[in-house]
Design a protein around this ligand. Structure first.
Ligand code: IMP
Length: 202
């Protein structure tokens, strides 16, 4: 039987990406699946602390071991902004089109468009806390392109790709290159090593 893991998110895009990557080995339950419908405040000043906050909210309030993640876009010529403020860059409405429009406008007269996505996962398992980071280097396009993905995908061009934005790639292509895909791979390696260690030897 597949092991069950609670992923402390209600973002359907993130759940779809993780199922695509690890769905053969694990069954994922979202916040809605465990009856957590409130908005978990993301009030910390780093991605690490926000991921930790979300994971502990679930463990303390609902009793489940779980993992959570927080993702930020760090743009070099903006001093690594929006960073931890990525979701509400253009305002509290947290709207992707508004965020992308503000980013393109803020970069309009800046030749340096280098940027990176960074994901931090916090796993709470058997009383221990583990962190896994995934980074994807790239640049911000001059206009939104593509219809797939979510968030800043239409304006982010990964360095290791072929010049297309994430939103122009298939979901599998994005997972192979992306910050989240990389963080999840590290989580997978850790979980594998744990289950190997639990297996009786001899
Ligand atoms: P959070 O980690 O859900 O708080 O997301 C922070 C912000 O980054 C939100 O605006 C998301 O839409 C955006 N975001 C997170 N992951 C991705 C991604 O893989 N591609 C594009 N935007 C993303």
């Amino acid at each position: 039987m597949k092991q069950q893991l609670v992923f402390a998110t209600n973002n359907p895009h993130k759940i779809e990406e993780i199922r695509r990557q690890l769905g053969n080995q694990y069954t994922f339950r979202s916040l809605a699946d465990i009856g957590c419908t409130e908005d978990i405040p993301e009030t910390a000043s780093t991605l690490e602390s926000n991921a930790r906050l979300k994971a502990h909210h679930v463990k303390d309030g609902y009793g489940h071991d779980c993992f959570s993640e927080d993702t930020g876009l760090e743009v070099q010529s903006l001093g690594n902004a929006p960073g931890v403020d990525t979701a509400h860059y253009a305002g509290p409405q947290r709207n992707a089109e508004d965020n992308n429009a503000k980013l393109l406008s803020d970069l309009a007269d800046r030749p340096n468009r280098l940027a990176r996505f960074r994901t931090v996962i916090c796993l709470l398992l058997d009383g221990e806390e583990q962190y896994f980071e995934g980074i994807c280097e790239g640049r911000i396009a001059t206009a939104p392109l593509g219809n797939d993905g979510f968030g800043y995908d239409p304006v982010f061009v990964p360095t290791e790709g072929d010049g297309r934005t994430f939103a122009q790639m298939s979901p599998d292509e994005k997972v192979r290159l992306s910050h989240r895909g990389r963080a999840i791979s590290k989580l997978q390696t850790f979980l594998r090593s744990r289950s190997d260690a639990d297996r009786p030897t001899g």
